[in-house]
Structure formats: structure tokens, C-alpha cells
Design a protein around this ligand. Structure first.
Ligand SMILES: Cc1cc2nc3c(=O)[nH]c(=O)nc-3n(C[C@H](O)[C@H](O)[C@H](O)COP(=O)(O)O)c2cc1C
Length: 215
């Protein structure tokens, strides 16, 4: 498939090295990324199980990929990209924001979502990010629950003000999976007729991702 993509003129390929049956479970097979790097001349970006900047460096070293794509590792940790930029530039840096700094980032995230979609819709979208942002911090069950139901910027401010800004980053969370994990799929559903004749089909795949996106 990589060679077909190259022949079609695509500029680069990103490979998520899990099978459909694995879904988000188990580990990505970085060897598959190496094989794709060997098979094509265009840049290959590797994806799967990058939780920290050092994972990105390890993937680049092990597979020879030109760059990486981050999935779940940045959920509630947008500062991971600063660590990645530093590591790829040869520096060792792990950003460890205090709870107060995380609150400032949450506030900024909320403002941007409100600007993009309006306050009501924006706050609904923000709710799912709360569990990721505060993962590992001693926030308390009730406040955590209320943050996950936030309805306005004003309410968000009141909730964030209840947190102790001095609390340090929970370093035990570093390197640990976050976001969806789950179990392998028992049944993989392919487009109708796909396994019988992969070449002769005229498939309309224009909306194929709509129902299956990781989001
Ligand atoms: C919130 C979220 C949204 C995603 N959306 C898409 C998507 O729209 N299309 C897609 O092909 N993959 C999507 N993915 C999958 C990721 O691109 C990535 O392949 C997957 O999370 C595995 O990488 P990871 O182990 O670093 O998480 C999404 C993943 C997450 C966590």
C-alpha cells in the first residue's frame, strides 16, 4: 500500500502500527514502521505508543522514520510537544507543570474552545479533557466530577480556584498510557465484498471514517 501511495504522488505516509483487530489494545508493532521505511522513498511518520519524548526518539532510532505522529500521549498534556521539539533538537527536557500551571492551560483551552464554537458547545467539548488534564493530581472525586460537568467559563473559574496551585506534577503518570485502551475487537468488519475482490470493487469510502474515528 505504501508503494501504491508513493506512485500516486503522496508526499508522506503516516503509519499507525496496530491492526484493526487490536484497536487501541496491546502494543504497536514498530517493526511494521521499519518495513514501510525500507519499502518507500517518501518520508514515513511513525505512530503508536508515544507517551513521552524519549519514546519518539526511540521510535526514530529503531525504525528510521522521518518523524512521529502523537495520538493519546498528548491528551491533557499539550506541553508534550515542547518536550518533543526539545528532544528532537537534542535536548533533554520534560515539562512538569504544577497544578496551578495546568489550570492556566485549561483556562486557555476553554477560552479557545469558546471562541471556536461558542461558550455552551465549547464547554461541553472541554468536559472530556478534564479527566486527562487532572489525571494523577489529588483533585478529589467530587471536584473532579463537577469539572467534568462544567457549563460556563465563569463556573470553570470558580472550580479551578478551589485547587491548590502549588501541587507539583504527578511524575508517576509519566510514560503511562492515557486515553482509550480497551480490548481487541472480536470481529473486524470490512467493506462489503472487500475480501472477495479488492481490486474490482467500486467502493464509496468518502464517509468511511465518520463512524470509526478514534475521536
Ligand atoms: C482523540 C483521538 C482522535 C483520533 N482521531 C483520529 C482520526 O480522526 N483519524 C484517524 O485515522 N485516527 C485518529 N486517531 C488515532 C490516532 O491518530 C492514533 O493512530 C492512535 O491514537 C494510536 O496512536 P497512540 O498509540 O499514540 O495513541 C485518534 C486518536 C485519538 C486519541
Amino acid at each position: 500500500m505504501g508503494r501504491i501511495a508513493e506512485d500516486c504522488g503522496v508526499a508522506a505516509i503516516c503509519l499507525h502500527a496496530r491492526t484493526v483487530a487490536q484497536a487501541y489494545s496491546g502494543r504497536a508493532d514498530w517493526e511494521a514502521i521499519s518495513q514501510l521505511v525500507q519499502a518507500v522513498d517518501i518520508p514515513v511518520l511513525g505512530n503508536g505508543d508515544i507517551w513521552e519524548a524519549e519514546d519518539a526518539i526511540a521510535m526514530i532510532e529503531q525504525t528510521g522514520c522521518a518523524g512521529v505522529e502523537v495520538g493519546r500521549g498528548c491528551l491533557g498534556r499539550p506541553w508534550l510537544f515542547r518536550d518533543l521539539a526539545a528532544a528532537i533538537g537534542g535536548q533533554d527536557q520534560t515539562v512538569l507543570p504544577s497544578l496551578g500551571e495546568v489550570c492556566q492551560i485549561v483556562r486557555r483551552h476553554a477560552e479557545l474552545l469558546a471562541r471556536l464554537w461558542g461558550e455552551d458547545h465549547g464547554m461541553k467539548d472541554l468536559r472530556k479533557h478534564m479527566a486527562w488534564y487532572f489525571k494523577g493530581f489529588p483533585v478529589g472525586g467530587e471536584l473532579r466530577h463537577t469539572l467534568g460537568m462544567v457549563g460556563s467559563l465563569a463556573e470553570l473559574d470558580l472550580l479551578l480556584a478551589q485547587l491548590d496551585p502549588q501541587i507539583p506534577y504527578p511524575v508517576g503518570e509519566l510514560g503511562r498510557p492515557r486515553g482509550r485502551q480497551g480490548s481487541p475487537r472480536k470481529k473486524v468488519t470490512m467493506p462489503w465484498g472487500w475480501l472477495e475482490d479488492r481490486c474490482g470493487l467500486e467502493l464509496d469510502l468518502s464517509e468511511a471514517e465518520v463512524d470509526t474515528s478514534g475521536g
